[in-house]
Write a protein that binds this ligand. Structure first.
Ligand SMILES: NC(=O)CCC(=O)C(=O)O
Length: 263
C-alpha cells in the first residue's frame, strides 16, 4: 500500500487564529485539487503561533473550532489529516495538542506535547501531556510527536517498538538550530528504520525566525523530499513494505539487548 502524503510548510499569523483557519482551509482545498491524496500534515501551533502570553484569550476551547474545520475537510476530501498541533484550552490548563483525523473526519488521536521547550517559555504557559502519540492511519501503526520531543530518542523508541512504520513530526523549529532539526530527523529515521514525515513552519514572530526544511525521509535514511525556507508543499509516497524490507535487512529490533540498557 502506498500513501500519497502532502506536507504543508506554511507561515503562521502570530496570535490570529481566524487568519490561520482561513489560510489552512484554502491550502487544503488547493493541495487536494492536485489529485488523490492520502495524508496531509500541518505544523505545530498553527492556529496561534507562539503567542503564548495571549493564550488565555486565543487558545481553542477544547480544540473544538480546529476539530470542526479539520474534520469537515478530512471528510469532504476523504483524506487523513495529521492536523499539526493547536493550543487547546482544557479545565486543567492549556496543552500543545496534535489532532489526527481519519478519512471519515473522526478524531483518531489527540496527543499533547510531552516535553515542553523552556528556551521558548513553553513551561510557563502550557501543561505537558502524559500519553503516547500512537495512532492508526488506514490500519497501519503510526506515531506523532511535537518538535522538541524529537530530542528524546527513548520517547520515540517507546513508540517504535510497536511495529510503527511512520513517525510524524510537527514543529515550529527556529532557524539557528535548523542543522539539529535535520540531523535529529535523519537519526530518528535511521535508528528506527521508519519513515519520518516532518512539517516545520517558515516566517518569523517577535522572538524567533523559523527555518522551514520540512522533510520526508525514508526508512533507509534517504531524503525523499526537503523544503527550502519558503512556503511550499512537499509530496512523498509512503510504502509500508519498504519498512519491512529494511527491518529484515538489518534486524535492529530483534538484535536489541534491552537487559544491558539501564535508563
Ligand atoms: N517548538 C519547539 O519545541 C522548538 C524546539 C527547538 O527549537 C529545539 O531546538 O529543540
Amino acid at each position: 500500500m502506498k500513501l500519497k502524503t502532502a506536507v504543508i510548510q506554511m507561515d503562521i499569523a502570530f496570535g490570529k487564529p481566524e487568519l490561520n483557519y482561513t489560510y489552512v482551509e484554502r491550502k487544503i482545498r488547493e493541495v487536494t485539487s492536485h489529485g488523490n491524496l492520502d495524508i496531509i500534515v500541518l505544523p505545530e501551533l498553527w492556529t496561534t503561533g507562539y503567542d503564548l502570553t495571549r493564550l488565555d484569550d486565543i487558545a481553542d476551547n477544547g480544540a473544538e473550532t480546529s476539530k470542526g474545520l479539520l474534520s469537515k475537510l478530512a471528510k469532504e476530501f476523504r483524506v487523513n489529516i495529521i492536523g499539526g498541533s493547536v493550543a487547546k484550552k482544557t479545565e486543567k490548563g492549556i496543552t500543545n495538542t496534535m489532532l489526527v483525523f481519519d478519512r471519515d473526519g473522526e478524531v483518531q488521536k489527540e496527543y499533547s506535547k510531552a516535553h515542553l521547550f523552556r528556551l521558548m517559555d513553553e513551561e510557563k504557559y502550557l501543561k505537558e501531556g502524559n500519553e503516547d502519540g500512537l495512532f492508526l492511519v488506514d490500519g497501519e501503526q503510526c506515531a506523532g510527536v511535537i518538535c522538541y520531543d524529537i530530542r528524546f530518542p527513548e520517547w520515540i523508541r517507546t513508540h517504535m517498538i510497536k511495529d510503527t512504520k511512520v513517525l510524524f513530526v510537527v514543529a515550529e523549529w527556529p532557524k539557528p538550530r535548523i542543522d539539529h532539526w535535520k540531523t535529529l530527523l535523519m537519526s530518528r529515521a535511521i535508528e528506527n528504520q521508519c519513515y519520518v514525515v516532518a512539517c516545520n513552519r517558515i516566517g518569523s514572530d517577535p522572538n524567533n525566525e523559523f527555518g522551514g526544511k520540512s522533510m520526508i525521509i525514508g526508512p533507509w535514511g534517504e531524503i525523499m523530499a526537503e523544503g527550502a525556507e519558503e512556503e511550499t508543499v512537499l509530496f512523498g509516497e509512503l510504502e509500508f513494505e519498504e519498512v519491512k524490507k529494511v527491518r529484515k535487512t538489518i534486524p535492529i529490533f530483534s538484535d536489541r539487548r534491552t537487559e544491558l540498557y539501564k535508563l
